[in-house]
Design a protein around this ligand. Structure first.
Ligand SMILES: *[C@@H]1O[C@H](CO)[C@@H](O)[C@H](O)[C@H]1NC(C)=O
Ligand SMILES: *[C@@H]1O[C@H](CO)[C@@H](O)[C@H](O)[C@H]1NC(C)=O
Ligand SMILES: *[C@@H]1O[C@H](CO)[C@@H](O)[C@H](O)[C@H]1NC(C)=O
Length: 398
């Protein structure tokens, strides 16, 4: 008798142990959506990063939220092409908002709003007859809003959008938008911000200015944080890069990817897929280490239309777009997808965990110094959702 009761309990216990954070059970449908979002997020990151040598920073999670809300406002071939571009082929567009709602709750639950803020908005022109049901869907399932604007008075529309972005990202970014065409019909905007709270945090007593090698000819001085501890580390021979995990107080973690000295950061970037990220996470092993990481602050804003088109999302931007579900008449189309994100990486930690001195080891452990361009990935550990991805080429620039 006891055996029969014990067995199911034991297997439940095992399931709990095996789920990523050991506490949440994720339904296969939600896990599927999460994996597809991560796949799209990594592709989006590679497409954005491949166009610039500067710092890069974006929130795949926030961009996905905006694009999924857009999916619900489209139908027909426009919707099919969007689903395909977002690697959501085969997913039922009717049930997707509920699935996403579940995923979103899991992501936000463990990320206190004080650390991670994100939002999205759909701004159709006043000529759209936006159904109340679509407004409600955007608000309830995607945590965003669908607000009509009058683009025939562009200055007012610009002002409304800029104020919305500033509020959502809590960033200092002024004037994301400076000009808007009077012919604008639809914009999708997403914004996100994050204040890092490493756990354990770095202690600012040990932060000192050190060299950062932007490229072969260009060196800048940056405040470099320091901590000696046991860390999770991996080395990927195929791309020649070290991968360090820095856990955070809110259940998220940062993977910091440092290419070997003779390897260009962009060469590693080309291989950053969601499978690669999962493989890195699996290969992490605990080791004694001294870590030096620069303090940095990034604020980036992107117009993603061109990038999305390279990911084969095109029809929604054309005159034959089908925006019926959000009240768009024939001949209306999406004009632009804006994304804004901001992050502060410094010694701030969990309020109740002491920064402490640092662990003193009997012999000095190896030192990993992030003093040349590196990639970082912030993911939520219980759902493996990609919250942010970025590249620091020069930590003294935003
Ligand atoms: C700013 O954001 C907060 C929280 O999302 C919201 O309650 C408030 O209404 C927003 N303010 C403006 C001016 O949009
Ligand atoms: C980290 O940056 C935030 C935002 O700028 C600031 O409020 C906080 O005091 C900083 N923490 C430290 C330890 O410098
Ligand atoms: C930082 O380290 C110093 C020296 O070990 C220590 O005195 C101080 O309390 C630490 N700071 C925090 C916030 O724990």
């Amino acid at each position: 008798m006891t055996l029969f009761i014990l067995l199911p309990l034991a297997s439940l216990f095992l399931t709990l142990l095996m789920s990523p954070a050991g506490s949440q059970i994720i339904s296969p449908a939600v896990e599927d959506l999460m994996n597809r979002n991560a796949d799209f997020g990594a592709r989006l990151y590679r497409a954005v990063a491949s166009r610039t040598d500067d710092n890069v920073f974006l929130s795949p999670f926030a961009v996905s939220t905006g694009m999924l809300a857009l999916v619900s406002g489209t139908s027909g071939p426009t919707q099919n092409e969007l689903l395909q571009g977002l690697t959501l082929t085969g997913l039922d567009p009717q049930t997707m908002p509920d699935l996403f709602h579940t995923l979103r709750n899991m992501v936000l639950q463990t990320s206190p709003s004080t650390n991670f803020q994100q939002g999205m908005a759909v701004f159709p022109d006043q000529s759209f007859q936006v159904p109340v049901s679509y407004q409600d869907l955007v608000q309830m399932k995607f945590g965003g809003k669908a607000q009509s604007l009058s683009y025939t008075t562009p200055a007012d529309a610009i002002d409304t959008i800029n104020r919305w972005v500033q509020n959502q990202s809590r960033s200092q970014i002024q004037d994301v938008l400076t000009t808007l065409d009077r012919q604008t019909q639809l914009l999708v905007v997403s914004a996100a911000s994050y204040q890092i709270r490493f756990s354990p945090p770095f202690n600012s007593t040990f932060t000192q200015n050190e060299r950062f090698y932007v490229d072969r000819y260009h060196v800048v001085m940056v405040p470099m944080m320091f901590r000696a501890d046991k860390y999770f580390l991996a080395y990927d021979r195929s791309v020649k890069a070290g991968v360090l995990k820095l856990p955070m107080a809110d259940g998220a973690a940062m993977l910091v990817v440092l290419p070997d000295e003779d390897v260009d950061v962009t060469a590693v970037e080309e291989d950053v897929t969601s499978e690669k990220i999962q493989a890195w996470i699996r290969q992490l092993k605990k080791t004694k280490l001294e870590v030096q990481l620069p303090v940095f602050l990034l604020e980036r804003s992107y117009s993603l239309k061109d990038v999305l088109q390279t990911l084969h999302i095109t029809q929604v931007f054309q005159h034959d777009a089908d925006l019926r579900n959000m009240g768009g008449a024939t001949g209306t189309n999406l004009n632009q997808v804006y994304h804004v994100s901001a992050i502060v990486v410094n010694e701030s930690g969990d309020d109740d965990s002491s920064g402490g001195g640092f662990t003193v080891f009997s012999s000095p452990p190896p030192r990993l110094t992030f003093n040349r361009p590196f990639i970082f990935i912030i993911y939520q550990q219980s759902t493996n959702s990609l919250l942010f991805m970025g590249r620091v080429t020069n930590p003294t620039q935003k």
